[in-house]
Ligand binder design. Structure first.
Ligand code: MN
Length: 175
């Protein structure tokens, strides 16, 4: 159906220099920094998995519509299970996974990311290929699932029009 077609297009247009080096999703990452990864995952429904390296694991959210660079667009983000760090390259689970973006995660605030996560308000700075600048993840109240909103801060990394997304850094076909 439509979702498979989207992924097929991604696969067709992907750029694979050096025949799929597994390190390519770390492109742009300064050594020693924490990292983030956003994976486009074609499972029962197409969604984005947004993963932040916090406290030695990949703290994860499922974002049905994916991140937005428009500060006016709040994106629903459902907290999912933490994943081991080596899952950043997407070689796990069911369905097809594309690394949509990856890069460095910076904490520019006084509190540690762990504390902010517990408090339900997480300010982060991302240096990726698609995502740049400040974002905030805010936990919403009164839901049984852990629902958060991902919001782009209005800075130089903001844009009201989405960039082309057909620039996946790497992908894996999984059976
Ligand atoms: Mn997923």
């Amino acid at each position: 159906m439509a979702t498979s077609n989207v992924l097929r297009e991604y696969h067709a247009k992907r750029d694979l220099p050096g025949s799929g080096d597994p390190g390519e999703s770390r492109r742009g990452l300064k050594s020693g920094g924490q990292r983030f990864v956003v994976q486009l995952h074609d499972a029962s429904s197409l969604h984005f998995d947004f993963r932040l390296e916090i406290g030695g694991v990949l703290v994860s959210w499922s974002i049905p519509k994916g991140p937005s660079l428009d500060p006016g667009e709040k994106r629903l983000a459902i907290r999912t299970e933490d994943q081991p760090l080596d899952h950043a390259n997407g070689r796990f689970g069911a369905g097809s996974v594309i690394v949509w973006d990856a890069g460095e995660l910076v904490n520019r605030y006084e509190h540690s990311l762990e504390e902010s996560l517990d408090r339900g308000s997480l300010g982060i700075w991302l240096e990726g290929e698609q995502l740049h600048g400040a974002f905030r993840l805010v936990r919403t109240r009164g839901s049984s699932q852990e629902q958060w909103l991902l919001i782009k801060k209005n800075d130089e990394g903001a844009a009201t029009r989405p960039k082309a997304v057909l620039t996946g850094l790497a992908n894996e076909e999984l059976v």
